[in-house]
Structures are given as C-alpha cells and as structure tokens.
Design a protein around this ligand. Structure first.
Ligand code: 2P0
Length: 376
C-alpha cells in the first residue's frame, strides 16, 4: 500500500507459481473452476517477480493497463474484475456509516471519496522475467492485481476468488511452498445449475500443502530459458480449450492419472521422499505435454532446447543420489528442481555436456526460492 491517507494507489509484488501437477481445462469458464485438482510451487519474489501498481485516477473515467511500459488490451476477465471492484464500492456506500466509528482508517473507499466509482483504474505491471512465454507471468500478474484491488476495497471479498477469476493459476501464487488448487469434485456435476456452480466456486480455493515445507531447505529451483523463444503462439486459456475439444488422452489423464499423481505426491511429501517427489513431477510434466501433442493441431510448447534439457537431466539422474526434477509450463523454458547437495555437480555436468548453463539467459540458482503471500 503506497498511500495510506487516501488509498488511491496500491502496489504488490508477487512471484509466479509453476504447475507441478498441471492444471489444463476448465469445468466452468467464467468462474475458472478447473477440471482437475492441481499443485504448483511458488517461486521466490526476490529472484523473479511481478510488481503491479493500481491507481485510481480522478481525471479520467477510462481504464488503462500497462505491461512492461506498453499499453495492453484489457481482457474481458480484467474488465470483470474492475466491474466487481466498482460494484463493491457502490455496495460499501450503503453500509451503515457507524460501522466504522472505531476505526475510521478502515472506512471503505466509497465513504471516503463519494464519486470514486467515476475514477479511471490504471494498472501498471512489470515483470522481471520474460512475459507470456511459459513462465507463468499471468499467475503473478493477476494475483498482484487481485491483492491491489482487495487492499483498496477494504471489504472482506476473498482475494483467492479475485485471483482465480483473473487467471486460474494466479490463486496458487497467494501462498508459499507447494500449493494445491482443487478442481471440480465430480466431472459429471450439472454444469448449468447455478447452485452447483456456486458451491464448487466456494470449494475450489487454493491452500498451502503443509507437508511440503521441508522441501524448501533441500531444493534449489533453477530456470533455464531458451533465449530464442518469444511469446507463445497459443495462450494457455486457448490451448486448454483446444485440448479438451480434440484430445482423447486428456480424458484419461483427468479421469484417472492426475488424481493418482496428486495422491502419490502428497504421500511422498509426507514421507519426505525427495526422489519420489521429483519422479512424480517429471512424469506429470511429460504426461501433460503428451496431451498437448495429442491436441489437434498439436500444441508444440516443448522444442529442441527443452528436449535437450530433458535428455541431460535423465543422463545425470542415472548417477545422481537425489534425482533432479524438471517441469515445463506452456512454453520451452525448463524449471529444474535440484537437491542442494547435487547443485554444483549438476551445473558442472551441464556446462561440460551441452553448455546449457552458459547458453541460457536466465540462470537463477537460489537456495531459498520460496515465498509466502505477496509482499505489499
Ligand atoms: C499449470 N498452466 O498448472 C498449467 C500448466 C500452464 C501449463 O496454469 O485460463 O494461465 O488463465 O486459468 O492459469 C496456465 O493456465 O490459465 C497454467 P487461465 P492459466 O500451471
């Protein structure tokens, strides 16, 4: 929060959350309720982050979104968030004014500035890492925006919900360590029943997996980026829709295998079995990309760079005491999870074998690549 007096501006810094058991497909598009439960890891905002500032501008009623300094189209989802924001402000005007007698600083904005709903909303978001290229920039961007909106509103609107309806994976950024985002309870629930949708919407909110805390002292997360990769051709939201329209594999994955991966991962976390955790995330990433390949036309997020990393990791793992894990989002960049004891030898191995470490632009070795809720 930048300006305590008027609260016309709010700023948050968040880190992306990278899927480890991948989310791909929606049961409800508007509420962003996933077809499968998924798990992601939140990176450390000290190393890789989005900073978002929301300002209410009395000089215009136009909204504006700037990403990395450039004007950006305001999507229907962001419009919806702005709509909810304005609705909340209008509602807050009707609260009994004596409710805030004891803490006037907590007064809702609508009561402090009477014509606030006419102010333009300006959002400025900057990423310290490549945008829209498979490093989950929308997750950090939309969670930071949700935190700004909630901060300014001062109502008890659920920031997990605000983040989720901005972008599904964004709600996973609100917690540190490994975060579970529940998907729809049963695939065959009535999609058109408003009560069912409302119940699922309230249930499908993220939480931190408590049994994942031990991992942070053991693992370094290293991102190897493919310097040739620009923005992805097919956005995740369009890609997942196409997969569900055309792939048969995704049906099997979601009906059976994702749940197995979730259960196995939770068990391995409880047992603190590092090797098993790495094995499951590798397999889930590969299975997810198999469904991308099974999409028609195929979603080719992995490329030669990615395959080279995969090959190298498996060669290294033949001798490694602690298996190195990899995962790929909807893009070619590799996110590697490496046991701290293995970090130096893995770096040496890669630089000798294929020079991948020196070829990649972002090498982010960090012992503490973890965070809790975004920093205000
Ligand atoms: C994940 N991804 O679990 C998966 C794996 C990308 C690959 O979550 O439509 O940008 O905004 O809810 O959150 C990307 O999906 O999609 C994603 P929307 P989102 O991380």
């Amino acid at each position: 929060q930048l300006n305590k007096k008027l609260t016309l501006s709010s700023s948050f810094k968040t880190a992306p959350n990278i899927g480890l058991i991948k989310y791909w497909g929606k049961w409800n598009e508007r509420e962003i309720i996933p077809l499968n439960t998924n798990i992601g890891v939140t990176l450390n905002p000290k190393d890789i982050f989005t900073t978002t500032t929301l300002t209410l501008n009395p000089d215009t009623d136009k909204n504006q979104l700037l990403i990395n300094g450039k004007d950006f189209h305001i999507s229907s989802r962001i419009e919806r968030l702005f709509g909810i924001f304005r609705e909340q402000i209008l509602q807050s005007k009707q609260f009994a004014s004596n409710k805030y007698k004891n803490s006037p600083s907590d007064k809702p904005l609508g009561q402090v500035i009477p014509d606030i709903e006419k102010y333009g909303i300006r959002v400025e978001s900057n990423n310290s890492f490549p945008t829209g290229s498979g490093l989950a920039s929308s997750s950090s961007g939309l969670s930071a925006l949700a935190l700004c909106l909630q901060d300014i509103l001062k109502t008890d609107i659920d920031v997990r919900y605000l983040s989720r309806i901005g972008s599904g994976s964004a709600c996973r950024c609100l917690y540190g360590n490994l975060v579970l985002f529940p998907g729809v309870q049963l695939q065959n629930l009535d999609k058109s029943d408003p009560e069912t949708i409302s119940l699922e919407s309230k249930r499908c909110l993220p939480y931190e997996i408590q049994s994942s805390k031990w991992l942070k002292d053991k693992v370094s997360i290293v991102i190897l980026t493919d310097t040739h990769q620009g923005q992805k051709d097919v956005l995740s939201k369009d890609g997942m829709k196409l997969t569900w329209e055309t792939s048969k594999l995704i049906q099997g994955r979601v009906r059976q295998y994702v749940e197995q991966h979730i259960n196995e991962l939770q068990l391995a976390l409880e047992k603190q079995d590092f090797n098993k955790v790495m094995e499951i995330i590798i397999k889930d990433s590969n299975q997810f990309h198999a469904t991308c390949m099974d999409t028609y036309p195929p979603l080719l997020y992995l490329n030669d760079f990615s395959r080279q990393v995969i090959k190298m990791v498996h060669i290294f793992n033949r001798n490694a005491k602690h298996i190195v894990g990899y995962t790929f989002d909807a893009g070619a960049h590799a996110v590697l999870l490496i046991h701290n004891d293995e970090l130096q030898s893995f770096k040496k191995f890669l630089s000798e074998a294929e020079n991948l470490f020196t070829k990649s632009k972002y090498i982010i070795p960090s012992q503490q690549f973890w965070t809790s809720i975004g920093e205000g």
